[in-house]
Design a protein. Structure first.
Length: 458
């Protein structure tokens, strides 16, 4: 039985939460202020902290920081009024797991708490699995001998059993679609539908109606009502691919669906409630999109509950021979050809390639080879690569200082600009051609805290 610590200065709300969570099977502790709450946190075993952001004395953000110093892995859910969403996002940056806007329903609160406890259990189990020697995961049509891919599959195995939202990251062609399907198939929703929608494949003006559906007469040409992808995925899983390219207006509606699990069709007034597990996928850096202002912070933190980053093929090349054999057998069967294997020289040619298109590109290359190869063995002349081979370390050294990665070089430039500007962030940002917010993010990333500006002469 999980123990939840409630810190809320309003006695009626505190008591209401105590009664409802006890009825849901949780043990509860409560305090009217941050100081009393921290005292309980030091003395008692707590599995989750639920706190208001606006408290007498020590504020919610200061409480959050103190709680994280005591228990770094403790999930924290903050409650905040509707008009202070920005403060809630700041709390999540400081380590909060999620936030709930007041007024909220008790059912919504229970759902958020259960989700965060599931994520905590998932992380603890995954940590234990990484410590277990020799444990390997094996899924149909997935090649993952490498340590990097085994880490991905370990996370997939654990997150599949939870209702948590998953954010899949990685370059195009790494297999995000396949991983999403595995999560669905291993979940309790496997008997339900698996629906996929690619936001870049649909015109911006039509994306909203595709997601949420529309009523008859909602726009010119809407001669009949049509359900959207969310309705079609009810009791199942919805994969929203290329989430980073969703327009701003649709991002607002997605946030509501994630928070409240309800929406209205385009042109309709009836509220539709759904039970959908959302998996989002992107090949973009959403943190960079936050800096540029093209992606909502609150939506990012709602999506980024369980992030799974799938590495590019060039970072787990030890999986290439097995992938080649898998694709070779598949396409040989489709073409009714009897292949006995691939020549060592042909495999070396494949191993030396950079693979900018990742596993999808490798699959296409093997399909082409099986279609054109004249004999039973794939020879080097049967391997037709689409672009230049892998860049060597010598060629990269001409672009970067010797022994430096791009990230290290960027960090050094930021430190140098900050030093030359004598700690003035506005001046340092101008030197680097960045916005002030973008510079602040990069400074925080390299461990330079956001302190008051130093005055310098321009």
């Amino acid at each position: 039985m999980s123990t939840i610590l409630i810190i809320e200065d309003e006695a009626r709300m505190r008591r209401l939460l105590e009664l409802d969570l006890a009825e849901a099977g949780f043990q509860t502790l409560s305090a009217p202020n941050a100081e009393a709450g921290l005292d309980l946190l030091r003395r008692e075993q707590v599995d989750l902290l639920l706190t208001d952001l606006k408290l007498p004395g020590m504020g919610g953000l200061e409480l959050l920081q103190a709680a994280k110093r005591l228990h770094a892995a403790l999930p924290v859910i903050v409650m905040t009024a509707f008009g202070t969403v920005e403060t809630a996002v700041e709390a999540m940056k400081a380590g909060a797991s999620d936030y709930v806007l007041k007024p909220f329903s008790l059912a919504e609160m229970r759902m958020v708490i259960e989700r965060e406890l599931d994520v905590r259990r998932l992380r603890e189990e995954n940590r234990s699995l990484r410590e277990a020697l020799g444990h390997r995961y094996d899924f149909p049509n997935v090649v993952a001998r490498s340590a990097r891919m085994q880490e991905v599959l370990a996370m997939v195995e654990r997150v599949a059993a939870t209702p948590s939202t998953v954010l899949l990251g990685g370059e195009s062609g790494v297999g995000k679609d396949l991983i999403a399907r595995i999560i669905h198939q291993r979940s309790s929703r496997s008997a339900g539908p698996f629906i996929k929608i690619n936001s870049t494949a649909i015109p911006e003006t039509l994306l909203e109606s595709e997601l949420f559906g529309y009523e008859k007469g909602a726009f010119t040409g809407a001669v009949a009502s049509k359900p959207g992808k969310f309705e079609m995925a009810d009791k199942g899983t919805l994969l929203l691919d290329e989430i980073g390219d969703v327009p701003a207006a649709t991002q607002v509606k997605l946030l509501r669906v994630l928070q409240e699990r309800e929406f209205e069709r385009l042109g309709g007034n009836r509220t539709i409630k759904i039970d959908v597990r959302l998996i989002a996928a992107t090949n973009r850096d959403l943190r960079a999109a936050l800096e540029q202002g093209t992606f909502r912070e609150d939506l990012y933190y709602r999506l980024n509950v369980v992030p799974i980053d799938i590495p590019p093929l060039r970072e787990h090349k030890e999986d290439i021979p097995d992938l080649v054999n898998l694709f070779l057998a598949r396409f040989a069967k489709q073409s009714s050809k009897d292949f006995t294997g691939i020549a060592p020289e042909a495999l070396k040619k494949i191993m030396d390639f950079h693979w900018p298109g990742n596993v999808r590109q490798l699959e296409n290359i093997i399909e082409r080879a099986t279609a054109l190869a004249p004999g039973p063995v794939i020879e080097p002349t049967d391997i037709h690569l689409d672009s230049a081979p892998s860049r060597s370390q010598d060629s990269s050294a001409a672009l970067l200082p010797e022994g430096k990665t791009l990230d290290q070089w960027e960090d050094e430039m930021i430190r140098e600009a900050y030093r030359r500007a004598n700690g003035n962030k506005s001046q340092a940002a101008r030197m680097l051609g960045l916005s002030r917010n973008a510079l602040r993010y990069r400074l925080e990333k390299i461990g330079i805290r956001d302190e008051p500006e130093k005055d310098t002469a321009d």
